[in-house]
Design a protein. Sequence first.
Length: 197
Amino acid sequence: MYDDQKQFPRTVLWRRIDLVGMDACAFEPSGDGYMISGAALYQDRTGPAKLEYCVRCDTDWSSQSAWVRGWAGPAKREFAASRNAQGAWTIDGMVIEGVGGLIDIDLGFTPATNTNAIRRLKLKVGDEVETTAVWLDTEKWHFKPLTQVYRRLSETEFSYKSPFHNYAANLVTDDSGIIRQYPKLWTALSDPAVGVS
């Protein structure tokens, strides 16, 4: 199992494969949980994009809130989502329909938010689980439920399926659950480095 005391904080730099782009991200302890924060620069279908993001998680890596700010093509993108005590996700006090009770958030433009799901699920080698994330669809720029299937193949490899995208591949992580290889989408350019404080 993972040992958080030895593994965080960490940073990583990814290169995007399907488009021109990069993403720099930090994973670190924050308060009573963890924070995932970074910045993605890439060529969106509507033009250059620059998006800063932050996801806050509980001690078990359940997602509690997320914000994104920046722009994609000509459009400004800025919003903050949070999960309340009843399990509803809201933006500016308005409930996001269809995602109540879900506990993983997945920002569609970065591989950073596979880590919170991988850490939370705590799968043993050979275990498989179907889960549903609160997914940011960057085609329409709104949140929706996304079914995902994870199966742990080894300490650092996971079979991953997203039926909505007709996508299936083996994700390779480091020993902290941070993505190293995300076939056809992302590859890490740096070894996740300990110590960003």
